[in-house]
Design a binder for this molecule. Structure first.
Ligand SMILES: NC(=O)c1ccc[n+]([C@@H]2O[C@H](COP(=O)([O-])OP(=O)(O)OC[C@H]3O[C@@H](n4cnc5c(N)ncnc54)[C@H](O)[C@@H]3O)[C@@H](O)[C@H]2O)c1
Length: 354
């Protein structure tokens, strides 16, 4: 069972990780357990969890509606109310059982309830396993902006059991794969080559372990996003703007779907800035558009995206700073970009995606 241990927490991956959770629960004394899940993880994942850790049969289960809309202040307030009504004290444990929505929301709720109580993540979607459940970023959407309110708070431990993926719908699997391709592109050329060679249908456990160890190594160097960690934002400045623009509408996109579009558009920005060769531009465009079902963005203009891009935490009112790829496996950050360049990159994207 591969385990990454740091001074403050551990990440256990593999099909036996729930047995590690069992011993974690018996070693650590908590006053009460609260399991946060959505209707899908309640149905498909909670029985497995309680079977593996019978002590959790006495946990209070807090169910939210699945989907990005639950990352809201209103849902936070509901959860804090439930915790308060159930007299959750400083020694209570919150168990986030779900995808990135549950871990972002549950991590945030825990990090401020009574000035912070312990939480653990049990990711059940590919995106949460490979990315969202590790690294300590928590948050909710606010005033129409993604992750506008949030904290840095590390889970006490993360238990990643890939068997949960058996019930994950295909669209959500591909959504998670987007962040796996991103980490390869920004941090590991040989992982990128491996993805190109073997395609998306590889052993999920290996893909998840590789992604976690790459992300973990970067987060350790820069836990608070002041420097090198910013490379993990590749594809996200534009991706978050696209996701925010469509948030709550009929055409709402999943996070990873927006990030794939963001990576493609930002790849052209890197080419315009002469950071990336034409050969690599073509390679990345061909690979991402072959693996992912990407659609052109013909109904929006650059002016629709700009308010969201300016509101991105990385940018100021006067300067747009992007993380841009130099070649597969290497990325740089804080690159100034203009609105004109974004417009050109969007036009290139629309011309090259069918
Ligand atoms: N904190 C971070 O570092 C970080 C990184 C990347 C993304 N994120 C955030 O993660 C969120 C997206 O996460 P997500 O894609 O996991 O979304 P999600 O939590 O909405 O899960 C996707 C869907 O899959 C369902 N599901 C989850 N596990 C399942 C299972 N085992 N079987 C059946 N259905 C299952 C959920 O109910 C949901 O409908 C976004 O809000 C994004 O901003 C956070």
């Amino acid at each position: 069972m591969p385990t990454i241990k740091t001074k403050h927490y551990s990440i256990v991956t593999g099909t036996n990780s729930l047995s590690s959770l069992k011993s974690f629960l018996s070693k650590n004394k908590f006053s009460a357990y609260f399991i946060l899940c959505d209707e899908n993880t309640l149905l498909y994942c909670l029985p497995t969890l309680i079977f593996a850790c019978p002590v959790l049969g006495k946990a209070e289960v807090i169910e939210i509606e699945s989907g990005e809309e639950s990352k809201s202040l209103e849902i936070c307030a509901n959860i804090w109310e439930t915790l308060t009504e159930n007299k959750a004290d400083k020694n209570a444990l919150i168990i986030n059982l779900g995808g990135g929505v549950v871990s972002d929301l549950g991590g945030f709720v825990s990090s401020v309830y009574k000035r912070g109580i312990d939480f653990i993540n049990i990711p059940t979607s590919l995106l949460a396993m490979a990315d969202a459940s590790v690294g300590g970023k928590t948050g909710i959407d606010f005033a129409g902006l993604k992750n506008n309110i949030g904290t840095f708070a590390q889970a006490k431990s993360v238990f990643v059991d890939p068997s949960f993926l058996a019930t994950l719908p295909e669209r959500h699997y591909m959504n998670g794969l987007a962040e796996i391709y991103k980490i390869a592109l920004v941090a590991d050329a040989s992982f990128w080559k491996q993805l190109q060679k073997a395609g998306p249908n590889q052993n999920a456990e290996k893909l998840v372990s590789k992604s976690i160890s790459l992300k973990h190594a970067i987060v350790l160097k820069d836990p608070f996003d002041k420097g090198i960690r910013k490379i993990l934002n590749f594809g996200h400045s534009i991706g978050h703007a696209i996701e925010s623009y469509f948030l709550g509408s009929e055409q709402a996109l999943l996070h990873g779907e927006a990030v794939v579009m963001g990576m493609l558009i930002e790849t052209h920005l890197a080419f315009q800035k002469k950071l990336l060769s034409k050969e690599h531009l073509v390679e990345i465009y061909n690979e991402l558009s072959f693996v992912f079902d990407v659609k052109p963005l013909t109904t929006i203009n650059v002016s629709d995206l700009m308010p969201f891009i300016y509101n991105d935490k990385k940018n100021s009112k006067t300067q747009l700073l992007f993380s841009l790829i130099k070649k597969p496996g290497a990325c740089t950050f804080d690159v100034p970009v203009t609105e004109k360049q974004i417009e050109k990159a969007l036009a290139f994207f629309n011309a090259h995606i069918q």
